[in-house]
Design a protein around this ligand. Structure first.
Ligand SMILES: [Cu+2]
Length: 292
């Protein structure tokens, strides 16, 4: 019996250990370390890793020496967008600060299964011929590159240039020394150029009419016809009485041989029958309804 229980405990421990291993299993990142140098600071490998504008030893004008060696790690991926509503991609950091003449190594880790870039713009072309320093690869992967920053205080745009990735959050800035004008629309750093818009705003001074009732339902008793409905009904009733062959025949006989003047006098106050009075009453009603 004891032997049996020990077997169960052993099996349980094995299961727990294997589950733990599965939970600890992390994604493997391809490391782009064997890049071919194509000259001019341009490096590539067959797996799609790319470095542009690498410069480890040429001092920019105004730098008598490298002021300091700095290494940063930047992570990129859609999970870094979650703190910034309206974005889809992001860097784990969106702003970096270094001294002028720093030799900066950027270790770029792309955690997504798509392509991302860490692309810096605005570098002087006499030393960085494309005006850029750029790291790029399809993730999940790691790639590193190094450059020496110019002597001037300046703020450089950093972004991912894959279509719509910057607009969806992959935008940052690298500030050298005191920096210059900051870039807009950097998540968590600067205001957006075009703020989110959820529809037109109505100024407080504008008084909106009350909402219209739903079709087929009047404001009060749903069985009460509207005033214009009343008028149409009464007009129909008058025409129905007077306009039928029976009505026309009646009035023909009634006013036979009379002049227009006599007919008018008769209708207004003279020889009025109950039908004349009804028609007169209905006509007054129609007029009343349409005045409302
Ligand atoms: Cu990207």
């Amino acid at each position: 019996m004891l032997n049996q229980s020990l077997k169960f405990v052993g099996a349980g421990l094995l299961l727990t250990a294997s589950l733990g291993q599965a939970a600890e299993k992390t994604e493997t990142f391809a490391e782009h370390k064997m890049l071919m140098d194509h000259g001019g600071g341009h490096l590539m490998d067959m797996e799609g890793g790319m470095v542009m504008g690498q410069n480890k030893d040429t001092l920019p004008p105004g730098c008598s020496r490298v002021s300091e060696d700095v290494s940063i790690t930047v992570r990129a991926g859609h999970k870094y967008a979650k703190d910034y509503p309206g974005t889809m991609f992001g860097f784990d950091t969106h702003e970096w600060r270094v001294k002028p003449c720093t030799r900066l190594t950027v270790n770029f880790i792309n955690e997504d299964h798509i392509r991302h870039q860490w692309m810096m713009h605005g570098l002087p072309k006499f030393i960085y011929d494309k005006g850029m320093f750029h790291l790029e690869m399809t993730g999940p992967a790691k790639i590193s590159g190094t450059l020496i920053l110019p002597a001037e205080d300046r703020t450089y745009l950093v972004h991912c240039d894959i279509a719509q990735h910057m607009e969806k959050g992959m935008k940052g800035q690298l500030i050298v020394g005191k920096g210059s004008t900051p870039f807009p629309s950097i998540p968590g750093i600067t205001d957006f150029v075009v703020p989110d818009d959820y529809g037109p705003k109505v100024p407080d001074s504008v008084k909106l009419p009350p909402p219209a009732p739903a079709a087929g339902v009047s404001a009060g008793n749903s069985a009460t016809p509207t005033s214009s409905g009343n008028g149409t009904f009464l007009l129909g009733l008058v025409l129905g009485i007077v306009g039928t062959p029976l009505g026309i025949g009646y009035y023909r006989r009634r006013f036979a041989g009379m002049s227009g003047q006599e007919v008018a006098t008769c209708l207004v106050d003279g020889c009025r029958s109950w039908l004349d009075r009804l028609i007169g009453f209905l006509t007054t009603l129609i007029g009343g309804v349409h005045k409302k």
